[in-house]
Structures are given as structure tokens and as C-alpha cells.
Design a protein around this ligand. Sequence first.
Ligand SMILES: N[C@@H](CCC(=O)N[C@@H](CS)C(=O)NCC(=O)O)C(=O)O
Length: 255
Amino acid sequence: MRRQDGNFCFKKDCFGAAIDAYSEDASAVIQDHPKQLKLYSYWRSSCSWRVCIALNLKGPIHFIGLEHEYKAVNLLKGEQFSEEFIKLNPMGYVPALVDGDIVIADSFPIILYLEDKYPQHPLLPQDLQKKAVNLQAANIVSSSMQPLRNLAVLKYIEEKVSFDEKLVWVQYHIGKGFTAIEKLLEGYSGKYATGNEVYLADLFLTPQIHAAVTRFGLDMVIILKFASFQNYVIWFMIYFFSAAVPERQPDYVKT
Ligand SMILES: N[C@@H](CCC(=O)N[C@@H](CS)C(=O)NCC(=O)O)C(=O)O
């Protein structure tokens, strides 16, 4: 969003202001329809957010998305370890998707499942090289960034080492990931991460950037010093104002 001085602001306070300014409750619209898909999720989960964006994009109406039932799993209360949820994902992580008899845990396979089942708005480009770049960017986020700042890891560092060390740890690993992705996207990024269409890389990067700024104190100005991230201003804002944003989930709790 633009500050009065005309520059974009990505600090935590600005996100709060943007949420307040967003008046249309798109998630309420989703809830009025019969639901075949069930998404087990937690409002603050960046992994769930990836799936929420996919559900939005694959829907018949942009930003209303595929009809689904939102099943909140409160990670802070340990509901991910409940008997009911462990049956769906023995790893005890959200998200999990239930589609009739089909149960899929982990955002990556869930998104690939949605991609196969709902071919509208393809999340992977036809071009093989661009497709590989998208898969690689998604994989850097999902295996080399997010797991290193997962709730369980952060809790462990905070308890065994210190609160301050937790932040140092997160910032180092997230910074390393963004640097690698910046190099990866060189020559590809356009309006979005790999051109002028939204693809898989965008689904994984948006929540990661949001978490980096709002939760882990990374100043987006630092991230945006990389040329290929400058265009993220545009696509990031688009998703920030969508029904997928954490603060618009039914189980959102102000922190
Ligand atoms: N690779 C998995 C990771 C899932 C994951 O780490 N989920 C987090 C929320 S983003 C979680 O459920 N954490 C619970 C915990 O650490 O106990 C995916 O992409 O879905």
C-alpha cells in the first residue's frame, strides 16, 4: 500500500490498516453453499494460505473460489494432535483436504490435486523451463524456508535457547531463501513471480513474504532491494486483499 510520501509500506502496521480498510467479507459468501471439499486449516498457517489461494483461483468466480467447508484446527491449543485430526494427517500439520473419500495432507500435493481436478486457471505454465522454475521456487519455500520456522521448531529454540535466538534463526533462514529465490527468478519475473500470470511460485511466496514481514520482523524494503522482487508489490497486494488472507479466515484471532 502507498504511504503519504508515495512509497510502498510493508511494515506490520500497514497490514493492519489494510485489513481494516477491506470491507467485503468474501469468506462469508463461501459459507452459504453446500460443500464437497473440506479444508482443515489454521488462520495463521502459511501452508494453508497457499491452498486457500489455489481454492480461490480455481473457483468459478474470481476471489470467491471453489466451495469448501473451512474446518479450523487451533494449533496453539494443540488440536493438530487430536485423534480426529491425526487420522487425516499423522504428521499433525495443517492443511489437510478432504474431498469425499480422498484425504490429502500437505499443501504441495493438495495444490497439485486441485490443479489436476480443476484445470481452470492452470497453476503451472506449459513452458517446461518456466514450470521447473515455479516448482523450484515452491520447493525452496516449502522445504528450505517454512519448515525452519515452523511452530514446533520455534517453540523448541525458544525453550532450549532463547527468544532472541529464535528471531535470529528465522531471519537468517528466511533471508537465505529469499536470496536464492531472487536469483532463481531473474529474467522470469514480470507482473508476478514468473511473468504476467499467477502461477505456483506466487502461491508459495505470498504467504512467506507476509509471515516474514508481519511475524518475523523482516523489513520488506530489504527484500525489495532485489530488482526481481519489485514487481511483487503488485501481486502481493492482490492476494493480500483476497479471501485467502489469514486475517479473513473464520478462526482468525487478533494477536
Ligand atoms: N509441508 C507441509 C508443512 C505443514 C506445516 O508445517 N504446517 C504448520 C502450519 S503452516 C503446522 O501445522 N504446524 C503445527 C505444529 O508445528 O505443531 C505443508 O506444506 O503442508
